[in-house]
Design a protein around this ligand. Structure first.
Ligand code: HEC
Ligand code: HEC
Length: 160
């Protein structure tokens, strides 16, 4: 159990300051319009031209074999098939909502234990950087983007 005790701290650290450590030094094509001001066409193009290649680079650096065929569906799941691209995606593992439940999950699921630091140190900060959003802080419950930008929460009612 002790080797997992860093995890809740990581979650908080990443939510507070992860964006100051960009996942890779590769240049980000400057978005002239910020994500929140983009219309639907601009969002689609930005996902294709920027988010998809940058994410794939980061996911492949973590596990090249698993993510060699990564595509929109890896994040969007059914939303990539029905073209709604709605997020969060309920087919990605729903996250436990308390530290205790999260720790219990990691203690019995090696895959989740391996993915958690990658998610909080690389994936979440990358998305915050690319979408130019503020990091969600679970302590104050403020900020625009966090794990729940992609994951649903365990026990949460299904999205409408
Ligand atoms: C690494 C994960 C990831 C990948 C890969 C990804 N997306 Fe996204 N996408 C997101 C997230 C997160 C959002 C929601 C951002 C927000 O909170 O506004 C989003 C939002 C969108 C939206 C806007 C949806 C809306 O309701 O406004 C579109 C369109 C979209 N993505 C298309 C794509 C396409 C097309 C691809 C593949 C070329 C793709 N995405 C790949 C994570 C991803
Ligand atoms: C940009 C979208 C995105 C964000 C933000 C994100 N995740 Fe993920 N996460 C994913 C995707 C996609 C997968 C599934 C990858 C796969 O299928 O291989 C995943 C998988 C995981 C897994 C493994 C689940 C399992 O089934 O074993 C854990 C644990 C996890 N994420 C935790 C987190 C945490 C904690 C955060 C916030 C610090 C977070 N994620 C933020 C997209 C995201």
């Amino acid at each position: 159990m002790h080797r997992l005790s860093f995890v809740p701290a990581l979650l908080v650290v990443a939510a507070c300051g992860g964006s100051s450590h960009p996942a890779t030094p590769a240049p980000t094509p400057a978005a002239k319009v910020a994500w929140k001001d983009m219309d639907a066409d601009q969002r689609h193009a930005f996902m294709e031209d920027v988010v998809m290649p940058r994410s794939k680079e980061v996911f492949m650096a973590f596990d090249a074999e698993r993510y060699k065929d990564m595509d929109c569906k890896t994040c969007h799941g059914p939303g990539a098939d029905d073209k709604s691209f709605e997020m969060p995606n309920p087919e990605i593992a729903p996250l436990p909502t308390t530290k205790e439940a999260y720790m219990a999950w990691l203690a019995k699921d090696e895959g989740a234990a391996r993915m958690t630091p990658f998610m909080s140190e690389k994936v979440e900060p990358l998305m915050i950087e690319l979408l130019q959003l503020t990091p969600y802080d679970p302590e104050t419950k403020t900020g625009e983007f966090g794990c729940m930008g992609c994951h649903t929460l365990e026990g949460a009612p299904p999205a409408e």
